[in-house]
Write a protein that binds this ligand. Sequence first.
Ligand SMILES: C[S@@+](CC[C@H](N)C(=O)[O-])C[C@H]1O[C@@H](n2cnc3c(N)ncnc32)[C@H](O)[C@@H]1O
Length: 284
Amino acid sequence: MRFTQTLITVAAISLLALGSAADGRTRAECERDYKPQVGQAGKDVVWVPTPDELVSRMLTMAKVTPKDYVVDLGAGDGKIAIAAGKKFGATALGIEYNPEMARLAQCYVQAEGVTDKVKIVQGDIFKEDFSKATVVTMYLLPELNMRLRPTILAMKPGTRVTSHQFSMGDWEADETAEIEYRTAYLWIVPARVEGDWTFREDGGKTTFSVAMTQKFQRVSGEAGMGGNRNPLVGATLRGEEIKFAFNDDKGQTRTLTGTVRGSEITGTLRGPGSTEIRVSGKRS
Ligand SMILES: C[S@@+](CC[C@H](N)C(=O)[O-])C[C@H]1O[C@@H](n2cnc3c(N)ncnc32)[C@H](O)[C@@H]1O
C-alpha cells in the first residue's frame, strides 16, 4: 500500500516537472529562434523597450492590482504585460504587430512562468478590441496616441492609461513622473458630465440644479439652490468620482461628492455645520 502511494507521488511530481519543462523554455532558448534589434522597424513605430524601472513606475502610477486587466498597445518583447502579471498579479494582454516579435514575447511569457495570466497576440492596435482593459499602457508616438485618443476616451470611466514619453495633446495628464529624463504620463478616463443636472435629496425636500461644461477631466459651471446661481468651486473629476462646491442662496457653502453612472450622479451634499444629506442627480 505504502509502496503504491510512493509510486503515485513520484509519478505526480514527475508529471508536474515535465509540465513546467514543456511549458517553459528559458529566455536564451527563446532568443535562439529570433533576436530583435533595438530600433528595428515596426508597423507604425520602431521597437525600443521601456526600461524596467519605468515599467514598474508606470504600473505603480496606474495602481495596478490583481483585479486589473492590463493591455499594452505595441507590446514589443512583452515586458510591460509580463511585469503586470508577474509583479502586480494582473491579467495582461500585449498586442504586437510584428509576428516574430509577438512569438518571442509569448515565448518570454512561458519562460517567466506567467502563461496563466499573460498573453501576447499578433495584431494591429488600431484594429484589435481592447475596450475591456481596465489599464492601458503604451510607448508609441504622439500622433499614434492622438489617433487612439477617441477610442480611449470612449472607454469605461476610471480606466487608467499610462504612456512612456508621449502625451495626448490637450488632454492633460492627471499625473506625471520623471525617471532619468524620461516621462511617464497617467490619465484617468473621465466620465461625461457635461449638461444640465437636477439634484434631489433622497426622501427629503432639498433640490438644486447644476449646469456643467467639461473639457476632459476639467469641469466648470454653476449651481443654483433657490433663486441664485453661483459658480462651481474646486471641481474635480477623477474617472467617475466628482466633487465640487458652490454657495447656496444664503451664501453658505455646499459641497457635493458623488459618483457618476451614465446620466445619474449619486452622492452626498455637505452643508452648514457639517450636515450631510444623500442626493441623486439626473441629467436632463
Ligand atoms: C516603442 S516599442 C514599445 C514596446 C513595449 N510596449 C515597451 O514599452 O517596451 C513599440 C512597439 O509597437 C509595435 N507596433 C508598431 N505599430 C504597431 C501596430 N499598429 N500595432 C501593434 N504593434 C505595433 C512595434 O513593432 C514595437 O514593438
